[in-house]
Design a protein around this ligand. Structure first.
Ligand SMILES: Cc1cc2nc3c(=O)[nH]c(=O)nc-3n(C[C@H](O)[C@H](O)[C@H](O)COP(=O)(O)OP(=O)(O)OC[C@H]3O[C@@H](n4cnc5c(N)ncnc54)[C@H](O)[C@@H]3O)c2cc1C
Ligand SMILES: *[C@@H]1O[C@H](CO)[C@@H](O)[C@H](O)[C@H]1NC(C)=O
Ligand SMILES: *[C@@H]1O[C@H](CO)[C@@H](O)[C@H](O)[C@H]1NC(C)=O
Ligand SMILES: *[C@@H]1O[C@H](CO)[C@@H](O)[C@H](O)[C@H]1NC(C)=O
Ligand SMILES: *[C@@H]1O[C@H](CO)[C@@H](O)[C@H](O)[C@H]1NC(C)=O
Ligand SMILES: *[C@@H]1O[C@H](CO)[C@@H](O)[C@H](O)[C@H]1NC(C)=O
Ligand SMILES: *[C@@H]1O[C@H](CO)[C@@H](O)[C@H](O)[C@H]1NC(C)=O
Ligand SMILES: *[C@@H]1O[C@H](CO)[C@@H](O)[C@H](O)[C@H]1NC(C)=O
Ligand SMILES: *[C@@H]1O[C@H](CO)[C@@H](O)[C@H](O)[C@H]1NC(C)=O
Ligand SMILES: *[C@@H]1O[C@H](CO)[C@@H](O)[C@H](O)[C@H]1NC(C)=O
Ligand SMILES: *[C@@H]1O[C@H](CO)[C@@H](O)[C@H](O)[C@H]1NC(C)=O
Length: 607
């Protein structure tokens, strides 16, 4: 597990950030706008602010409030992996100010565990609670997106402008990083660079002002098994080898850059955007098949926000399909059984859920790490002082060494013909596995840190679903991730696990490692034992997507077209992770911001 308990004290540090009474926050009551965006999360705030910046009248409806009121836990990069919302266990600690508190159905492929699946319930959505890794997919992944969507605008060459438009990159500050054995090169041509243009995008992307010493050894370990450091980095359309990842951290303050701190804060200063925070949307309203508004409620007061042009759903992978179904868009038989009048019979709503999982191998090591530094009381004053005065040190960094590969030939030798064929059909440059360096505080006796090297299965063939159990918005969506229900995922997981152990076993690490393998431990050896370990220990990497998949054929399960317009109705788009056509390799937030920018541009161009 990448989180630690015992951070309750942090949660007490509430810091009010905004004065009330601003005209940007209307009182509850019927009102009319050109565009009503449901969900003030990652995509929602990006698209809403872009439309408002062009003079459109735009309202955003967000169930949550201000994540920054939670204080340090959401803002300080070093705390990213300590946030209690990350706990995937059934008896997770509730954090109602940040999280929807979703609990999945028992996962039949994962020893029937029910998983707490974190999802941001706050302005900024999941960008306010995520672990800040920023990188982009591969060129051929974008080609596949274009093929599935039936539109060339999704190719890498056509999408790059939107990745650039959403961000500002601050290159590494080598003096502040101060780790000569962790320097690297990267491709600066794919970003708008800080200071180079006044028209860079709002989201701040940077390299941490601290390097976790344990990660420098994971770079060695991965290099030893063929994943060399990539001189380009992971933002140019290639994912291969290892690299210190770019992160959504504002280097001027060394704090999280979310869609709220970036897009919304800019929008509040520079546009007429209206924000209905603390407001739950329950239904999209239709007149003659055209979306005309949204039913919402604030503090128990129900009212209607009319949309004279469009309603845009950006409520995320779990709640956008829930809202579509509550509004009469989804599988006819289900809607009818719950007494919901059918507006558009779309069998794909809530289907096709794709959820990458990850799992790790742990060993004691001698280096300090982010986790050991934060846990060390002797260091507390010094690391706080350097964070406050210099924006450096462990608090300034969320971690961040990752690597990608297609499994090498030796790892695939035992794959079934079906698994080999499924993998062969993936884009030619799309990695199958991501490796993530992580750590826990050590146990003493020379074990400074428990090193944690994980593998994530990037293209699950298992399919899950989101559905509803009633017509009532108060009932949470019913979520089944379908983990490891497809035999191919089980085969790939076992192979990936063995690669992680192979990396750990390099002789180059002998002076760094301490003691025998901590987890799962040397008794786990056979493929069956490894698979059982994975079923018992896999956790979400929180990238679930594609529950309103983009495509061309509604009968075959597509929910939105290339313009993100919902099939069978007018005036309604879905712009968030649910509308992705399939799981993307690696971490999706870069793409979700770019997707929001793309659809905003499309709307402004009259498409
Ligand atoms: C713990 C965690 C760690 C992650 N780490 C990374 C990472 O390191 N890098 C990366 O790239 N990605 C990461 N991700 C994934 C990434 O953050 C998400 O995929 C992305 O933020 C999803 O964006 P979205 O716009 O689809 O949804 P969200 O950002 O979740 O926004 C949905 C919004 O809709 C609101 N909403 C929902 N229903 C309603 C309703 N009925 N009425 C009103 N409002 C509603 C929600 O409150 C929320 O604000 C992580 C995600 C999580 C949860
Ligand atoms: C929304 O945020 C504003 C600004 O902080 C605040 O004044 C208002 O009370 C909030 N609304 C709700 C319903 O919480
Ligand atoms: C957290 O918040 C408190 C109170 O605002 C502050 O004193 C402290 O320095 C903050 N920073 C960290 C890294 O905990
Ligand atoms: C999971 O639950 C199902 C249904 O209750 C049961 O048949 C199955 O044996 C359980 N699996 C495990 C591993 O406990
Ligand atoms: C890199 O340097 C750090 C100190 O700055 C050290 O702790 C770490 O062991 C070094 N890593 C390797 C692989 O030598
Ligand atoms: C790094 O990425 C490039 C593409 O930019 C790729 O050609 C190369 O093989 C990668 N290097 C490593 C070490 O994986
Ligand atoms: C909503 O209720 C909360 C708590 O009861 C209160 O603080 C807030 O002012 C209310 N907001 C509005 C907009 O009525
Ligand atoms: C901040 O950085 C300066 C210059 O590198 C250094 O001299 C100083 O000691 C640092 N301050 C702290 C508190 O670490
Ligand atoms: C393939 O199976 C053989 C026989 O069971 C086993 O010895 C070998 O380790 C397996 N290879 C991999 C890569 O799992
Ligand atoms: C919806 O559920 C909530 C909470 O369970 C309940 O208070 C409310 O009465 C329900 N509404 C309807 C229309 O059934
Ligand atoms: C759409 O999908 C359905 C169901 O798979 C199929 O019968 C139909 O031929 C498809 N239509 C087109 C135009 O491909």
């Amino acid at each position: 597990m990448l989180f630690s308990a015992g951070v309750a004290a942090l949660l007490a540090l509430a810091v009010p950030v905004r004065s009330s009474g601003s005209s940007a926050f209307p009182a509850p009551g019927d009102a009319s706008y050109e565009y009503v965006v449901v969900g003030g999360g990652t995509a929602g705030l990006a698209i809403a602010v872009r439309l408002a910046a062009s003079g459109k009248s735009v309202a955003v409806v967000e169930a949550g409030g201000w994540a920054t009121e939670m204080g340090n836990i959401t803002t300080v990069p070093g705390y990213a992996f300590s946030d209690p919302v990350l706990a995937p266990v059934e008896d997770f600690p509730p954090v109602p100010l940040l999280d929807w508190e979703l609990l999945s159905q028992p996962q039949t492929g994962a020893n029937n565990r029910s998983i707490h699946y974190a999802a941001g319930k706050t302005l900024g959505g999941s960008s306010s609670i995520n672990t800040m890794a920023y990188h982009r997919p591969t060129k051929q992944t974008h080609q596949r997106w274009a093929d599935v969507a039936g539109h060339e605008s999704y190719t890498w060459d056509n999408m790059l402008q939107f990745f650039e438009k959403s961000t500002t990159l601050t290159p590494p500050d080598w003096q502040k990083r101060a780790t000569p054995n962790a320097t690297f090169t990267f491709d600066p041509t794919v970003f708008c660079l800080s200071g180079k243009s006044s028209s860079c995008g709002p989201l701040q992307v940077s390299y941490s002002n601290w390097v976790d010493p344990t990660n420098t050894w994971f770079a060695v370990a991965l290099n030893a098994v063929g994943l060399g450091s990539n001189s380009t980095g992971f933002n140019s359309g290639y994912l291969s080898g290892g690299a210190y990842t770019t992160e959504t951290v504002d280097p001027s303050t060394a704090t999280r850059s979310s869609s709220q701190t970036s897009y919304l804060d800019w929008g509040l200063r520079n546009t007429q955007i209206k924000v209905y925070n603390g407001t739950l949307a329950s239904k999209v309203l239709f007149t003659s098949g055209k979306a005309t508004g949204v039913s919402v409620s604030t503090n128990g007061t129900a009212y209607t926000l009319t949309a004279t042009r469009e309603v845009i759903l950006s409520a995320g992978t779990f709640h956008s399909p829930q809202l579509l179904m509550l509004s009469g868009i989804g599988p006819r038989a289900l809607l009818s059984s719950l007494g919901i009048p059918v507006i558009s019979d779309l069998p794909g709503v809530g289907q096709n859920l794709q959820d990458p999982i990850f799992f790790s191998v742990q060993n004691g090591v001698t280096t300090p790490s982010l986790a050991s530094e934060l846990a060390n009381p002797n260091q507390a004053a010094a690391i706080l002082a350097e964070y406050v005065s210099n924006k450096t040190g462990p608090y300034s960094s969320p971690g961040g060494y990752i690597a990608f590969e297609k499994l090498p030939a030796a790892s695939r030798a035992n794959f079934s013909a079906r698994t080999s064929a499924l993998l062969a059909a993936l884009p030619s440059d799309a990695p199958e596995i991501e490796y993530l360096a992580g750590s826990f505080a050590g146990t003493g006796d020379g074990v400074t840190t428990i090193g944690d090297l994980s593998a994530a299965i990037l293209h699950p063939f298992s399919r899950g679903s989101v559905t509803i159990r009633s017509a009532n918005i108060s009932d949470p969506p019913v979520i089944d991730m379908g983990w490891l229900t497809d035999a191919a995922d089980a085969e790939v997981a076992v192979a990936a696990f063995k690669r992680v152990r192979q990396a750990w076993s390099s002789p180059l690490l002998d002076d760094w490692k301490v003691g025998p393998e901590v987890k799962p431990g040397v008794s786990v050896q056979t493929d069956a034992q490894i698979l059982d370990y994975v079923r018992e220990n896999a956790i979400p990497i929180w990238h679930a997507c594609a529950t309103n998949a983009m495509g061309t054929n509604a009968s075959a399960g597509a929910v939105v077209d290339w313009r993100a317009k919902v099939f069978g109705v007018d005036g309604l788009r879905v712009v968030d992770a649910s509308a992705l056509p399939f799981a993307l390799p690696g971490h999706p937030q870069a793409t979700i911001y770019a997707f929001a920018e793309k659809i905003a541009a499309s709307i402004l161009a009259g498409n």
